[in-house]
Write a protein that binds this ligand. Structure first.
Ligand code: ADP
Ligand SMILES: O=P(O)(O)O[C@H]1O[C@H](CO)[C@@H](O[C@H]2O[C@H](CO)[C@@H](O)[C@H](O)[C@H]2O)[C@H](O)[C@H]1O
Length: 469
């Protein structure tokens, strides 16, 4: 293993002020920007690290910046989210980097230079892998790795171009480095859960090879914050296809997906079993269920306020939550454990050998970390997958609802074979979770893909008018 490299660095004063007007315009256009709907009126610096001084042809800054976003035009500025940025600096951009342009700096320490999204560029991406390989410490950045896993140097990087909530760089088809964009201090389940599963020897989740954190105390003001998890390197599943693509392919051919769905049920149960071994489980009684039901009901009210198409169904949907509360009031209890938290077909990768892996344990990114890390009934993940089969079947014309019914049944059977417990034996909890997810999806689609809104609305109709799962 190489010696850890420790480097202290300083950044030029006035750096953020010189980037401010460019970032205000560029940041809200990024797919991973979470604060859509409210303009960015400024930034505060959480941390800045100079990874390459801008003396030669290329400079590189790692920034953690917090946005300021007033909720109403002219209203008081609200501290917004903290984002991780990789800012490249060059005198001029070569044509291959044109799509990465952020802008031309007109004032401050970088005046006259061009800044750009550095993850598109080979040298900055290589530098990150090298820092992980050598367990570097650069300013407040700590690059760590599992000493049992080898990282070869010289792997060629490429930035992934798929639509995603974060950014990922693939190195020579050997590793994938996911760099979180909206970052929070504290334990991040996207690192915590795969590490726990690796310790359990669960082969269904790529084990973290290395990770990047910002030291506590990078953010100003007492009390010192916990580290920010900024990125995770893991083995790249070569030639993998995700479950969503596979499902659509089978639908287009008029083929069933039941064998795959059953397999996915088994794999989900395998991961759940390993998580229950690795991390604490708890029992949820009426008080905890009541809190959960209140949360679901509040999300429904907020969603119905935001999306008028949901309003006619609100009473029917609410009944899914009150039924759960009634059951808990009768004394029914549930076991809760750590779960994936945002499971859908797109989070399942099938290797060319037919092996499934589950990825992206971040949970629903919009929810607070503490909430995402709470033990929950496994039915939550099952409901997410059931929604996904429904999505696939309704995203084709004409819709194939029977295809989804067969997949849903096969998935639950596969789950039951491995877990020894069929999730369908808990229909009230399942309906509540499916309803909560469908409500979330209605808001998600209304905001991001309005043409998809009929897909979750069809589920809303079913869930509001029947108690069939
Ligand atoms: N270990 C892996 N092997 C191969 N591809 C992967 C791996 N992890 C992620 N991917 C690809 O990267 C995409 C984004 O990963 P994901 O963890 O879901 O990021 P995000 O949270 O940004 O959506 C996935 O949809 C998948 O195509
Ligand atoms: O991929 P993310 O973790 O960022 O999740 C968000 O985007 C998903 C869409 O890309 C969205 O998922 C919904 O659409 C999927 C098909 O595109 C479908 O398989 C899922 O079941 C459905 O929920 C997800 O809700 C959102 O959080």
């Amino acid at each position: 293993m190489s010696e850890a490299v420790t480097r202290t660095v300083t950044t030029p004063p006035g750096l953020l002020a010189s980037l401010d007007p460019l970032l205000r315009e560029w940041l809200p256009r990024q797919r991973w920007f979470a604060g859509k709907g409210h303009p960015v009126t400024g930034f505060s610096l959480v941390a800045a690290t100079e990874l390459l001084p801008p003396t030669a042809k290329l400079g590189l800054y790692h920034l953690l910046v917090r946005t300021r976003q007033p909720l109403q035009p002219g209203g008081p500025e609200q501290p917004g989210d903290c984002y991780q940025l990789f800012i490249g600096v060059r005198e001029a951009l070569p044509p291959r980097l044109a799509p990465a342009l952020i802008g031309h700096v007109t004032r401050g320490p970088l005046a006259g230079l061009t800044v750009y999204e550095a993850l598109h560029d080979t040298r900055p991406a290589e530098l990150l892998l090298e820092a992980l390989r050598t367990q570097a410490r650069i300013g407040g950045l700590r690059f760590e790795r599992d000493p049992r896993q080898e990282i070869r140097s010289g792997l060629v990087p490429r930035l992934m171009t798929v639509e995603q909530s974060n950014s990922s760089v693939v190195y020579g088809d050997t590793f994938i480095l996911k760099l979180l964009r909206r970052v929070l201090p504290g334990t991040n389940p996207d690192l915590e859960l795969p590490l726990a599963l690796a310790r359990e020897g669960c082969p269904r989740v790529p084990p973290p090879t290395a990770w990047l954190v910002a030291e506590p105390g990078v953010a100003p003001g007492p009390p010192p914050t916990e580290p920010y998890v900024l990125g995770v390197l893991q083995p790249f599943v070569q030639g993998a296809t995700d479950g969503w693509e596979l499902a659509l392919r089978e639908l287009a051919k008029g083929e069933d997906f039941v064998a795959e769905a059953r397999d996915l049920g088994r794999v989900t149960a395998e991961v759940h079993t390993a998580l229950a071994r690795a991390l604490p489980t708890v029992t949820l009684g009426h008080a905890q269920l009541r809190t959960m039901v209140v949360g679901m009901t509040e999300r429904l009210e907020a969603a119905a306020h935001a999306v008028p198409a949901l309003r006619p169904y609100a009473d029917g949907l609410r009944s899914a939550f009150t039924a759960l509360d009634d059951l808990a009031a009768e004394g029914r209890v549930w076991t809760a454990q750590r779960v994936h938290g945002d499971l859908h077909l797109g989070q399942c990768l099938r290797s060319p050998a037919g092996e499934w892996s589950l990825i992206d344990f971040e949970g629903e990114p919009a929810r607070p970390l503490a909430e995402r890390r709470m033990p929950q009934p496994v039915v939550r993940d099952v409901a997410g997958m059931l929604r996904s089969f429904d999505y696939a079947a309704r995203s084709v014309a004409p819709a194939q609802p029977d295809w989804a019914v067969r997949c849903r049944a096969a998935y639950c059977s596969g789950y039951a074979e491995t877990a020894g417990r069929d999730p369908r034996t808990d229909p009230v909890l399942m309906r509540a979770y499916e309803t909560d997810k469908a409500v979330y999806e209605v808001v998600y689609e209304a905001r991001h893909r309005p043409q998809w809104l009929p897909v979750p609305l069809a589920a809303v109709h079913r869930l509001a008018t029947t108690d069939l799962i």
